[in-house]
Design a protein around this ligand. Structure first.
Ligand SMILES: *Cc1c(COP(=O)(O)O)cnc(C)c1O
Length: 360
């Protein structure tokens, strides 16, 4: 068996100990004689698995009592519709901050359900910055303000949640959730697909403040109405049971690492190692402004794009895979989520030095 360092943006690497435990438990979960995949979602065993996953998540993030944590399906792209359906709450429009590819996707979809005011955009910088808060044209009557906490494709990240006054802040945290501590009380709603930092694709997490639900548009599918999902403890329809089980194992793994404070330190060490190297040589460069560099997705370019294919091939030969940048940005992207060990980033930096020595 050979494991590589997997820099995939998602579905992404999972902690090896989690995969091993899942393998051990595959055929017979805790003496039940069945796999978690084969269990009724309403049976005692799976209910226990789901409750434990939910309480671990709440503990890790310090979710206040007046917030629901929901396990849903459809990913962040479905949430782009589900959020306005649930969160417009009779208001005419919502504010959106445009920081790149994923916020643009959210904006396009939200327009189907209500007014969208793009209150700020970093398009002018080709999405290498976060627009300064002082210039945002926020509407005090907006239903909510939407941000993408970490732009997975461009590699820009909000270091802190912006202050948006009394309007609920809604964040797509697909690619940064659980990478560092978060003050949940600063948000009205947090959502994210699981396949970056949490577990297998198919599970979507939603954390939403109690008082914001229960006013969904009448056309909202019941399975996507936060109130309905909350009233049924995320079991209105069959939840993605196996993905919830793996997410629970990942939550336990994070806890064993020391929780989100330790995760942030681990992630900052990895990101610093890579950015420091990018800053140390003109052979490589990152386009992203210093104060909004993502800890999770590091985008960079070789000084000569003609070397890209050779770089990627050499990386692959060393077991460093999935480094090709997204097609709309080009260049390279190293996704270094929680499960990427420091050794993986060190191996990448060593390879980059070696490649420069041979091609510089
Ligand atoms: C991956 C990603 C998405 C897309 O998620 P799906 O699970 O494909 O719906 C949306 N937003 C962000 C920030 C992402 O990283």
């Amino acid at each position: 068996m050979r494991r590589v360092f997997n820099f995939s943006p998602g579905p992404a690497a999972l902690p090896e100990t989690v995969l091993r435990q899942a393998a051990d438990e595959m055929l017979d979960w805790h003496g039940t004689g069945v796999s978690v995949m084969e269990m009724s979602h309403r049976g005692k065993s799976f209910m226990g698995i789901a409750e434990e996953a939910s309480s671990l998540l709440r503990e890790l993030l310090g979710v206040p009592a007046n917030y629901k944590t929901l396990f849903m399906q459809g990913g962040a792209i479905a949430e782009n519709a589900i959020v306005p359906m649930n969160m417009l709450r009779g208001k005419a429009s919502a504010d959106y901050i445009d920081t790149g590819a994923w916020s643009l996707r959210s904006i396009e979809e939200a327009r189907k359900y209500g007014g969208v005011n793009v209150a700020a955009s970093s398009a002018d910088s080709n999405y290498t910055t976060i627009p300064p808060r002082a210039g945002w044209q926020l509407d005090p009557d907006a239903a909510y303000v939407h941000i993408c906490s970490n732009e997975t494709i461009g590699g820009v990240e909000f270091d802190q949640p912006p202050d948006v006054g009394g309007v609920p802040l809604v964040a797509d945290m697909s690619s940064s959730i659980l990478s560092r501590p978060v003050d949940v009380s600063r948000y009205g709603l947090i959502y994210g697909g699981a396949q970056k930092n949490i577990g297998p694709a198919g599970l979507t997490l939603v954390i939403v403040r109690d008082d914001l639900i229960g006013q969904a548009l009448p056309c909202t599918p019941s399975a996507f109405d936060y109130q309905v999902v909350a009233d049924h403890d995320s079991m209105f329809n069959t939840p993605p049971t196996y993905a919830i089980y793996i997410a629970g194992l990942v939550f336990k793994w994070i806890q064993a690492q020391g929780g989100l404070v330790a995760m942030e330190a681990h992630n900052r060490r990895k990101a610093a190692l890579l950015y420091d190297h990018l800053d140390s040589t003109p052979f490589y460069r990152t386009p992203v402004a210093r104060d909004c560099r993502s800890l999770m997705n590091v985008t960079f370019f070789l000084h000569d794009a003609a070397l890209d294919a050779t770089f990627l091939q050499g990386a692959e030969e060393r077991g460093l895979v999935q480094l090709k940048g997204h097609r709309i940005v080009g260049g390279m992207r190293a996704s270094i989520y929680n499960a990427m060990p420091l050794a993986g980033v060190q191996a990448l930096v060593d390879y980059m030095k070696d490649f420069e020595a041979r091609h510089g």
